[in-house]
Design a protein. Structure first.
Length: 255
C-alpha cells in the first residue's frame, strides 16, 4: 500500500520489520532492494541483494538486481559478473546477452562482445541492432570493411535505422565514395531530423566534392545555424571551433 502511494520510507520500514520476523526469506531483501532502487540508493540495493544471496546463493532475481545496481553505478565488470550468472540459467535470453555484450564493449573487451553478438544472431538472426553493434566493434578494431558489411546487414533488417545509415554514410565519405555518402546521409536525415550537426557538415562537403554547390550550401547553412546556437551558449567550445576550422579548410574558405 505505502509503495503504491509513494511513501517509500514507510514501505522500507514495514518490509524491514517483516524481515526481522521472518529473517529466513530472501525475497524480503529483494523487495526492500526494489524500494531502495526507486530512491536511487544503489549501495543499499547491493547490500540487500547480497543478504538475499547469503540465504540462497541460487536466488536468480538477486543476481539480476545486483547487476542493475552495479550498472547504474557504472561498475561494469561487476555488473557483467552478476548478469552472466543469470545467463547461465537463461542461456537463450537474447535481451540479457545484448546487455552483457554492450557492457563488454564499454570496457573495451571487443572479442567477448563480438562473440556474444554472434551468438545472438545464431539464436535470433533478425534481432534488430545486433549487426549494428557488431559494425561498431569492427570500427573500433579498425576494420572498416567488415563494419560496412555489418551496417548493410543491419539495414536489411531495419531499413530506416537512422544511426546505421549515418554511420555507413560516414564510412563512405571517408572512402571518398561521395555519391553513396550523400545517399545514406540523406536517408539518415530523413528518418531522424535530430541527428548530430555533423551530418550536415558531411553532406555539405560530400555535395561540394560532387560539384553540387547549391545543395552543399543548403547543408552548410543548416550546419552553421546549429553551430551558432551552440556557440551562443558556449563561446569557447574547443571541439566545435576545431570542427568549424576543418569545415572551412575543406571548403577552401578562410572566413
Amino acid at each position: 500500500m505505502y509503495r503504491e502511494q509513494g511513501d517509500l520510507d514507510k514501505a522500507i520500514e514495514i518490509h524491514k520489520k517483516a524481515n526481522q520476523i521472518n529473517p529466513e526469506y530472501p525475497y524480503l531483501h529483494t523487495n526492500i532492494s526494489i524500494l531502495y532502487s526507486k530512491k536511487n540508493m544503489q549501495e543499499e540495493v547491493i547490500k540487500e541483494n547480497q543478504e538475499a544471496l547469503k540465504l540462497n546463493p541460487d536466488y536468480l532475481i538477486a543476481h539480476k538486481f545486483l547487476g542493475q545496481a552495479y550498472y547504474k553505478l557504472k561498475k561494469f565488470p561487476e555488473a557483467i559478473s552478476e548478469y552472466e550468472i543469470s545467463l547461465k540459467e537463461e542461456p537463450n535470453d537474447v535481451s540479457l546477452m545484448t546487455l552483457i555484450a554492450s557492457l563488454y564493449s564499454r570496457i573495451g573487451n571487443y572479442d567477448k562482445a563480438l562473440a556474444l553478438n554472434n551468438k545472438i544472431l545464431k539464436i535470433a538472426p533478425k534481432t534488430p541492432n545486433t549487426h549494428f553493434s557488431i559494425a561498431i566493434i569492427y570500427q573500433m578494431k579498425g576494420d572498416n570493411k567488415r563494419a560496412k558489411e555489418e551496417y548493410l546487414k543491419e539495414l536489411e533488417i531495419v531499413p530506416d535505422n537512422a544511426i546505421a545509415l549515418y554511420s555507413l554514410g560516414t564510412l563512405y565519405y571517408e572512402e571518398e565514395n561521395f555519391y553513396q555518402a550523400t545517399q545514406k546521409l540523406e536517408r539518415a536525415l530523413k528518418n531522424n531530423k535530430s541527428l548530430d550537426k555533423s551530418v550536415f557538415m558531411n553532406l555539405c562537403l560530400a555535395y561540394k566534392k560532387l560539384g553540387n554547390i547549391e545543395i552543399s550550401t543548403i547543408h552548410l547553412n543548416n550546419y552553421l545555424e546549429i553551430a551558432n546556437e551552440v556557440l551562443k551558449e558556449e563561446p569557447i567550445n574547443a571541439d566545435l571551433l576545431f570542427e568549424l576550422g576543418y569545415l572551412y579548410q575543406e571548403l577552401g574558405s578562410h572566413q
